[in-house]
Design a protein around this ligand. Structure first.
Ligand SMILES: [Zn+2]
Length: 832
């Protein structure tokens, strides 16, 4: 009897709790599941009136139409203040409503079985309208549509959107579909757009403002670009951009067996855009610095642009056409976008070694996050859509493609492609989970994809794979850094160095593998094909050999893989700064591959900063003049600009900046040099900033310079003022600029002074998550912590976590990822 009563109580508590979840802030999984079940045939009819002045409110109206099986309470999402709602009616009758926890709750009595039409007149929230002096753009991913207009915000309630915009008549406007009607009256332009295909709310978008329009014919298809660039040399690059968009479209149509699934293809290139790009159907947005490259771009920058274009274009099929059911699976769209971006880019750059580029791009970025204490699994649970932004990071963008490549290797290319075609066809204009995909792929292979996915997708961290030599025996041991006893099944090659090199394929499906070595083996090089993933720790003699001879490896991919392997060992404190610096410098002189040379240049930054002196810097200056690869020369100068310790180098940089005659440096380099010099030569700060300012003509770049240069003042009161201004959300609106300013405030030269910024900078992280876009918590934490190395800075972070024992895990991971250099230093000093 007592037991039964207790059970009843429990059931009622549980359902009560579930009921409460429906009304909590954000969109709980429970609310999303309920609405998915109840709401059918959803359509949005939206109109917005936009004034030329960015301070004026944007007024809007929405008709939200949908079918219900039976009358019921309707819970809409609107993340704004209650006074922004002006009027609500349902099916023609004014309705009462409750505004609570970012929801508009309409009573059951006002709804009816069958079709319902909710009409709402409102003022749009500004948070995701990105309003600038001459333009605005929406960026609604992952859950920001609800800041602009009331809606059912969840990716699996796809809807047809019809948009009407009223804008100043000198403005252009772009949205997911083409313009259907256009009229002008009293200096105002009224535009209506065709209805969209079924779209998730995060993909709905419009851009309006003073934009230049350029068209390009790709056979029957017209591609359209909009931009604000003024430099003719940059605008000329549109030809390359169009060509790469067209090639990406053709590749994807061919591979998926499905023609481009949306009405039109246009893109908008904008300054200050917070991401590289965003895949709105028919209105993809790109960041201008990623599209319009400066003169003398490095091979990385050129490849990066093509990969970004291919990435966003792949999303049209993977993400836009087939969408994740819930944002816990957002990685399923990013993994395809990046995996296929690599495939699409390959034929565009026939002279590049693409397996090497894969390592440099995806594997390296994945390791950079996976080695930290903030590492996560690829698939992470998500209780509420408001936390969706924190799921993004290098693990989903870079580890997921590394995992996918292994999966393709297991299945075979053809079976994989068949599976993908079936997936796209089955779930077109709909939603799918990772399990849905694995079910399709699993049918195409004998291999057990489910248990493969269990460890690679559902668990965090990477294996540590150590090599030990005992006489003629080699023992390869795989261990789990988090002591869960996990085994990551994978294959890779090793090279046994002897009189002749011998390659051996290793299938590591267990914790230990024992092999007999040929008599003449003097070194064993792990993972020489780069297919393996994890921290590879060579035996001591082989590591010694590698540190001296890695650069003699002829095969480019093997050489890159070994360089990265050594870097991971350096990161794991197994190699000292001095030895690492020597290894890099000896590799640099011999390196002929531009991508590997670029890797060396980027690795040089850390030891240069820590132990660099006039003598080593002199050597690097020499190579910056005589290295046969031009992009390498440029990267070495850039590395010196950010990491120098010597007065001689600072003087040299100052002369370069003053003369402005270096054949490789560009406008952005001179801007960066001005920031660095202002910090390093405080007495000349004012004249440096004034001179650089007078050199800029593009108004967008001038605004950027004025914003960031405030952070490089030598006046500590003004520094504090600048920091305080960044504490306010309205001053972080242009996120790349805010992150740059924060990073300069925490410049290595200011390490001691800037420790005081760490605690308040961390305290504001929750607000950063709430007010910023998806990459901003990560970028903010990075800008705040990246340059700190002192034990005091480490202690600040410890104190912060101690003061917040129940700090949200997803956010804590972002801090732990960014604080990696501090944790690494702390571990190193313990080992000493
Ligand atoms: Zn993406």
């Amino acid at each position: 009897m007592i037991l039964i009563a207790a059970c009843l109580l429990m059931v009622s508590c549980q359902s009560h709790e579930k009921q409460n979840k429906l009304y909590e802030e954000g969109i709980s999984l429970e609310l999303a599941q309920l609405r998915k079940q109840e709401i059918k045939n959803l359509k949005y009819d939206l109109s917005f009136s936009i004034s030329e002045k960015k301070e004026d409110p944007v007024n809007g109206e929405a008709h939200i139409r949908f079918n219900l099986q039976h009358p019921q309470e309707i819970i809409l999402d609107f993340r704004e203040s209650a006074d922004k709602i002006k009027e609500i009616s349902i099916n023609g009758k004014t309705s009462t409503y409750i505004f609570r926890n970012e929801h508009l709750i309409l009573p059951e009595a006002s709804s009816m079985q069958g079709e319902n039409d909710v009409y709402i007149r409102f003022t749009a929230g500004n948070q995701s309208l990105n309003r600038n002096d001459e333009y605005l753009y929406t960026l609604l991913v992952p859950d920001r549509a609800r800041t602009v207009f009331p809606c059912f915000e969840q990716p699996n309630l796809k809807a047809e959107f019809t948009l009407q915009l009223e804008v100043p008549d000198s403005w252009e406007a772009v949205s997911n579909t083409s313009i259907q009607t256009e009229t002008t009256e009293n200096g105002r332009k009224n535009l209506t757009f065709y209805p969209t295909e079924p779209l998730s709310t995060y993909l709905f978008s419009f851009v309006a403002g003073k934009l230049k329009k350029v068209e390009y014919a790709d056979g029957e298809r017209i591609l359209t670009a909009y931009h604000r660039e003024t430099d003719p040399k940059r605008i000329d690059q549109l030809d390359i951009i169009f060509h790469q968009v067209a090639s990406s479209l053709h590749w994807l149509e061919e591979y998926t067996g499905m023609p481009y699934p949306f009405a039109k293809y246009s893109f908008i290139i904008l300054p200050g855009f917070q991401y590289g790009g965003m895949e709105h159907t028919g209105a993809t947005i790109y960041n201008d610095t990623r599209m319009f490259l400066s003169e003398h771009p490095t091979p990385d920058e050129e490849l990066g642009r093509a990969e970004l274009i291919a990435h966003e274009t792949a999303h049209m099929w993977f993400g836009d056409l087939v969408t994740m059911d819930w944002f816990n699976d957002v990685w399923t769209k990013e993994v395809f976008a990046n995996y296929f971006a690599a495939c699409i880019t390959e034929p565009l750059f026939p002279n590049i070694n693409h397996s090497l580029n894969w390592l440099k791009t995806y594997t390296a970025a994945s390791l950079s996050e996976d080695r930290t204490l903030g590492s996560t699994s690829i698939r992470q649970p998500l209780d509420n859509l408001r936390n969706a932004g924190l799921i993004y990071g290098n693990i989903i963008y870079n580890k997921a493609p590394v995992m996918m490549k292994k999966l393709v290797e297991i299945m075979g290319e053809e079976a994989y492609r068949e599976g993908i075609q079936e997936y796209v066809k089955t779930y077109a204009y709909n939603n799918a989970t990772w399990d849905d995909l694995i079910t399709i792929l699993d049918r195409k292979t004998e291999e057990d994809l489910v248990s493969f996915s269990d460890v690679w997708v559902n668990e965090k961290g990477m294996p540590h794979i150590s090599f030990t030599r005992i006489g003629q025996q080699l023992i390869i041991r795989q261990s789990d850094p988090y002591q869960r006893g996990l085994i990551w099944p994978q294959s890779f090659q090793i090279t046994m160095k002897g009189e002749t090199d011998k390659l051996l394929e290793i299938n590591l499906n267990d914790s230990t593998l024992v092999l007999n070595l040929p008599e003449d083996t003097y070194a064993i090089l792990p993972n020489t094909d780069g297919r393996g993933y994890g921290l590879f720790i060579p035996d001591v003699n082989s590591r010694e050999w590698l540190l001296k001879h890695w650069q003699e490896t002829k095969d480019d991919t093997a050489r890159q893989s070994l360089l990265m392997l050594l870097y991971e060992n350096y990161q794991a404190n197994l190699i000292s700064d001095q030895i690492w610096m020597n290894t890099l410098l000896s590799g640099l002189s011999a390196e002929k591959n531009a991508l590997t040379a670029s890797t060396i240049c980027s690795y040089l930054g850390e030891p240069l900063r820590k132990i660099g002196n006039e003598e080593t810097e002199e050597k690097i200056w020499e190579w910056s003049e005589k290295h046969p690869i031009p992009s390498c020369k440029l990267q070495l100068i850039r590395s010196l600009i950010s990491n120098t310790n010597s007065m001689a180098s600072i003087e040299r940089i100052y002369q370069l900046w003053k003369d402005q005659s270096h054949p490789l440096l560009n406008e952005r380099d001179y801007m960066n040099m001005a920031y660095e010099l202002a910090i390093r030569k405080p007495s000349l700060h004012e004249s440096i900033i004034d001179t650089q300012r007078n050199r800029l003509s593009n108004p967008d770049r001038l605004r950027e310079f004025d914003f960031i240069s405030k952070a490089v003042t030598p006046d500590t009161l003004k520094m504090d003022e600048c920091f305080q201004s960044l504490m306010k959300a309205e001053n972080r609106r242009i996120e790349p600029w805010a992150a740059s300013a924060l990073s300069y405030l925490n410049h290595p030269q200011r390490g001691d002074y800037a420790i005081k910024y760490i605690r308040p900078g961390l305290e504001v992280m929750k607000e950063i998550q709430r007010t910023g876009d998806i990459f901003f918590p990560r970028n903010w934490a990075g800008a705040l912590l990246r340059h700190h190395r002192s034990p005091e800075a480490y202690e600040e972070i410890q104190r912060f976590f101690k003061a917040h024992p129940n700090y949200p895990t997803l956010l804590k991971n972002k801090i732990l990822q960014a604080a990696w250099p501090l944790y690494r230093e702390a571990a190193n000093s313990l080992e000493m």
